[in-house]
Design a protein around this ligand. Structure first.
Ligand code: SF4
Ligand code: SF4
Length: 251
């Protein structure tokens, strides 16, 4: 493509799914109004959810889902060898995500509860960085369409995307929201990375932390605030562990 008279390369991209609900891929596939623009910017050579093309000459790999089997480890390592840039996409890939909830229980019990006597190949939940190096982490559950497009534009132009370091509370105040903590709701906005435009508090839901921790998140202070407001330890623990976003902070 040409931009300001300069010919730009169309990077070849692949989108790959591991253990997850495929909701992040759907966010891309559902972009009808801008899908043609996206395909003008990049060449999609491998994306099972939308295309029968299965080429392995991709330069950028978008990886969705957490890693739970030996087969997935081997497949991810192959993708890493091929891709010049690997983007972990969504809370499952970046944090372990909702899948990690099962780590609270012995794995055989979880398998028996879900699959009965049917044998399944599964193991511990790992985020992508626990298996291979990651160049960019695109957060969210699911990812936001505008943020995905923003990352793609940066990749095409060869610029490293810089995600907000500050917490959701900043965007919440920028949108002139009333604080849901003051309405008696639990909210992890004070310790969660912004970039979602505070979509949950905007709609009168407390934040669940799907984008992971903000820089210098003051976990201890938030715990004190939630305790002062009468939230039980069980309620707090359920919220902070939901996406496995704060495991490094909460110990
Ligand atoms: S509603 Fe949540 S994100 Fe918004 S200001 Fe209050 S604590 Fe922060
Ligand atoms: S407000 Fe919190 S839970 Fe909601 S999208 Fe943003 S980071 Fe995720």
């Amino acid at each position: 493509m040409k931009y300001l008279g300069i010919t730009l390369e169309r990077p070849k991209i692949g989108v790959f799914d591991f253990t997850g609900c495929e909701g992040c891929q759907l966010q891309i596939a559902n972009k009808e109004e801008t899908l043609t623009d996206l395909f003008g910017l990049v060449e999609v050579v491998n994306f099972r959810e939308i295309s029968s093309e299965r080429r392995n000459d991709y330069e950028v790999a978008f990886v969705e889902g957490s890693i739970t089997t030996d087969n997935e480890v081997a497949r991810l390592k192959k993708i890493r060898i091929q891709a010049k840039i690997l983007v972990a996409m969504g809370a499952c890939a970046c944090l372990g995500g909702v899948n990690n909830l099962r780590s609270r229980f012995p794995l055989p019990d979880v398998v028996k509860e879900v699959y009965g006597g049917h044998p399944v190949d599964t193991g511990p939940v790992r985020k992508v960085t626990e298996v291979v190096p990651v160049d960019i982490e695109l957060p969210g559950c699911p990812i936001s369409k505008p943020e995905f497009e923003w990352v793609v534009r940066h990749l095409v132009l060869g610029i490293e995307p810089q995600f907000p370091k500050y917490p959701v509370c900043v965007e919440c105040k920028q949108r002139l929201n009333s604080c849901v903590l003051d309405m008696g709701m639990m909210c992890l906005g004070p310790i969660t990375r912004a970039g979602c435009n505070a979509v949950c508090p905007r709609n009168r839901f407390g934040c669940w932390g799907c984008r992971g921790p903000s820089d210098e998140a003051n976990f201890k202070s938030l715990m004190e605030i939630l305790g002062e407001r009468g939230f039980s330890e069980e309620h707090i623990s359920e919220r902070i562990n939901f996406f496995n976003a704060f495991s490094g902070l909460s110990q």
